[in-house]
Design a protein around this ligand. Sequence first.
Ligand code: C2E
Ligand code: MG
Ligand code: MG
Length: 439
Amino acid sequence: MDAAHARPVHHRDSPQLDASTGLPNRSAMHQRLHAGLQRGEALGLLMIDLDRFRRINDALGQAAGDQLLRLAGQRLQQALPDAELLAGVGGDEFAVLLKNADLAAVGERVLQAFAQPFEVAGREVFVSCSIGCASTAEQGCDVNELLRQAATALQSAKSAGRNGLHLFTAFPDELDPDALLLESALRRAVERRQLQLHYQLQVDLATGLIVGAEALLRWRHPELGDVSPARFIPIAEESGLIVPIGEWVMREAIAAGASWQRAGLPRLRIAVNLSGRELRQPGLAQRIEQLLVEGGLDPRWLAVEVTESMLINNFAQTSATLLRLQGLGVEVAIDDFGTGYSGLNYLRQLPVDVVKIDRGFISDVAAPPGEVSMTRSLIQFAHSLRLKVVAEGIETERQRELLTAQRCDLGQGFLFGAAQPVDRLRQLLEAQALPRDEA
Ligand code: C2E
Ligand code: MG
Ligand code: MG
């Protein structure tokens, strides 16, 4: 659609109608909003923008573009029978006014309505939309302010990857705008199954055999690209999304472990990271037990990884949970050991089976004899407590040799491979199965 058509057209004969959609126009929407605010109504506003409308317009021609706008308007009308007002506010934008509505739920309905293709110019065209929501409940009761808030939220929804919904909130934006964008994108990612689990090998340093794999989350967003778990896990924690995500991870990892076993591959223990919020959930141990039963995996083949700081906050509850998991046979590992507050002695009190030395320390295993090496001390100390030691982040052959000489039990790191998709790990296990079966 060219610029002249993209702007709202004010017909002389029908000053309140939008020419391209036949819906009430922007000025009608302003009037209705104004009147509602004067009466003190609790109004919500959805601004809806078709994603990449321009591309469709360019590819199929303007007549098809206009047809699509009309069809989109009709579909919105069908999806939102209880809207106070649905307006075409210019270009490929629509506005919806609602009274006393759950905006997120309504927005979700709109996104669903656009999941089906449109028939335009004799073919099927998929077009998604981005939605910004604001409501008079949030703050202020001025038409312009409400419009500005909805526009800001719409912009956030677009930057978060489109085909999504963003609610305007007054404060958190100022704290960390990126986090807010990521949060709404992450919410969609869960629904759209953009999250994947990859697995990183854990190798028995004495034998060189694969004996375990750590499940690590991967998020490939269609527009933001790969988002690191170091970035999105804290956001998932803050928002509570970690609970459904964590449950999905646990179920998925258990299913992978059980399927490898059923395929007769070498047995390996699957390690799953738990976040602080998950660990504080009441009933976590029972939930994991249930997932193990459902997935058909013996608890001995599962490990959970927690960090020191998670244990220290709320020690009584978390250690009860971990003890219960240990009781089932699940292995408990302390992740990133050495980066938290606790000294070596603290290890005595923790309900753990395994210490994972943080990769930040691994290179110090090469310190000359006589110099302090956190890694060497930790291996000895952990062994004196009958704990198993995993070295994280092994990148060089020299590190592997020295750690093996220090009798570190397991190793994990780029030297053996980065985290890989589930099929790739399966191939590696199949390769390992061959010589062993012959033995
Ligand atoms: P982590 O549990 O300590 O995981 C090890 C991290 O080190 C992974 O980063 C891994 O890719 C990276 N790594 C492994 N070997 C090497 C190496 O040789 N050199 C270097 N430089 N790095 C190596 P990743 O995948 O980015 O994960 C970061 C953190 O995000 C994890 O640290 C874990 O705390 C968290 N995380 C990942 N997946 C999950 C999950 O499913 N749930 C929860 N709660 N947290 C997760
Ligand atoms: Mg870990
Ligand atoms: Mg770690």
